[in-house]
Design a protein around this ligand. Structure first.
Ligand SMILES: Cc1cc2nc3c(=O)[nH]c(=O)nc-3n(C[C@H](O)[C@H](O)[C@H](O)COP(=O)(O)O)c2cc1C
Length: 141
């Protein structure tokens, strides 16, 4: 069985390039032992990560990541509990800092990633509005 998880989050504190590289290396090292593969993109203070591998391992690592105080506001974008094949079989955690000037050809990704994050915030606000309307409307019933 193969599970894939995709989420976005934002930095809780600023990261230097060296800290990002270190985080990526450490993640790749752990993931290699657990049979996890994936990609970690960063841009404009936002993380976008795909984790894929054995379901128990993916869940355990995702729980550890979710509890990591270096980032916040995690939003799960996608969960495939029964993925058919790995998207990134050769990357135990390819870490790409899109803010680095050398990735000019990846600029569209940067825009997409930031847009995903903003859309998600909009969805959160809409969910809040639905919830609030329902609770006001039915508060005495
Ligand atoms: C954005 C982000 C992505 C991370 N990705 C991974 C990952 O793919 N694999 C992993 O083991 N740890 C990852 N971590 C680190 C975990 O949160 C946690 O620090 C780590 O699993 C602890 O393992 P260690 O004690 O071996 O360092 C990530 C942390 C952050 C903030």
């Amino acid at each position: 069985m193969l599970k894939r998880i995709t989420y976005v989050s934002r930095y809780a504190t600023p990261f230097s390039d060296a800290e990002l590289a270190e985080l990526g290396e450490r993640a790749a090292q752990n993931n290699r032992e657990l049979g996890i593969s994936g990609v970690l993109l960063t841009s404009g203070g936002i993380f976008f990560q795909v984790l894929e591998g054995p379901p128990e391992a993916v869940d355990a690592v995702y729980n550890a990541i979710a509890a990591d105080e270096r980032h916040t506001d995690l939003v799960l974008l996608g969960q495939e509990p029964n993925a058919s094949a790995r998207h990134y079989p050769d990357w135990s955690m390819k870490t790409i800092n899109l803010d680095a000037a050398s990735h000019v050809r990846l600029l569209p990704l940067k825009v997409l990633m930031e847009s995903v994050y903003q859309q998600q915030q909009l969805i959160d606000k809409m969910l809040w509005a639905i919830d609030r309307t329902l609770r006001l409307e039915f508060k005495d019933r």
